[in-house]
Design a protein around this ligand. Sequence first.
Ligand code: PXP
Length: 391
Amino acid sequence: MPVLITIQTASPPNISLHQLRQRAERLMRLCGCAENELSILLIDDPAMAQLNEQYRNKKGPTNVLAFAMQEGEGVQPVADLLGDVIISLDTATREAMADGVTLHQRVTILLIHGLLHLLGFDHERSRAEERSMADREKQLLHQLLIEERRGKVVTLAINVDHVATLRQARGISEPDPVLAAGICELAGAQGIVVHLREDRRHIQDRDVRLLRQTVKTKLNLEMGATEEIIDIALEIKPDMITLVPEKRRELTTEGGLNVAGQKKKLQEVIGRMRKAGIPVSLFIDPDTKQISAAHEVGATFVEIHTGRYCDAATDKLRDREFSLIATAAEEAYEQGLRVNAGHGLNYLNTRRVAALGTIEELSIGHAIMARAIFVGLDQAVREMLALLPAR
Ligand code: PXP
């Protein structure tokens, strides 16, 4: 068995050992030592303090210790055994809370650190080695996360607002966005999105209520963070909400939310939604500052605004915008946020975004509805689905 996990703590660890083993095996593959064996020992602070004193002459617990096989006194090296990585779950739990990450993420980082020690890295030898170890840690974490996302399906959530726009133009009951949502789902869409605007220019309260009853996949309610709409969301309980900035005179959502500039307010809304069991996504521009703020305020998802990429006038500009999206998606993913993307995506520019390993769901409306006029909604949805990476 290449990875042996032993637990020696009084209370059961709040972590999936199956996932930890999978991550350890992946990491060993990424480090080129998949054929070796690794022992991971999960202990508590008192046991760690003892080891820390015994082997490093230091008082108190530490987060991780690594003992290469060759270091064992009087022990004959076992050819395939790399050594032991010993992690204090107590310390890891405290550090996870301080960093705002899950215990699983913190333990992964400690495991990478320990594994690199076993492979000969030592940050205590020099500043240069410290930097090279930190770089390798970052690189491994990045590769690991990308590998985990790879192979996962990118889902398509369809925004049916435009169907309601057409209905409202006549002020009658047709076409019905609720019916459109059903057709989208039957064609294979994995989610339905509607934006209940304060001015009710397209989607109406009745639509959201009916969709809550009829959508079988996932209902994502896009909304501004106003009291009236928050109350409706709390009552209707969509499967998730996406908070967007909303201006009365805009034709469509123009820019991303300024999360960094309204952390307190968003934290409060996210807290209320969390109590009601509704995950929150924040629609943001591909910007590091906004991603960190989204993480800080406790969002579950971010939806990265793809508008500038889609609207870029030249290939050069498009490439630049794409690279901003790719970097932002990676940053968000690494911080433990789930990552969606949308706005302006069409049949020509979607494939590239969908191929990014970090994005979970695309939210697309206009292009699909525009194509549906000519080929029918069912066909338009299927054509978009065909552009997403194969399962
Ligand atoms: N995501 C968000 C947050 C939006 O506001 C919109 C537009 O309503 C979309 C995605 C879909 O954009 P489009 O209609 O251009 O596909």
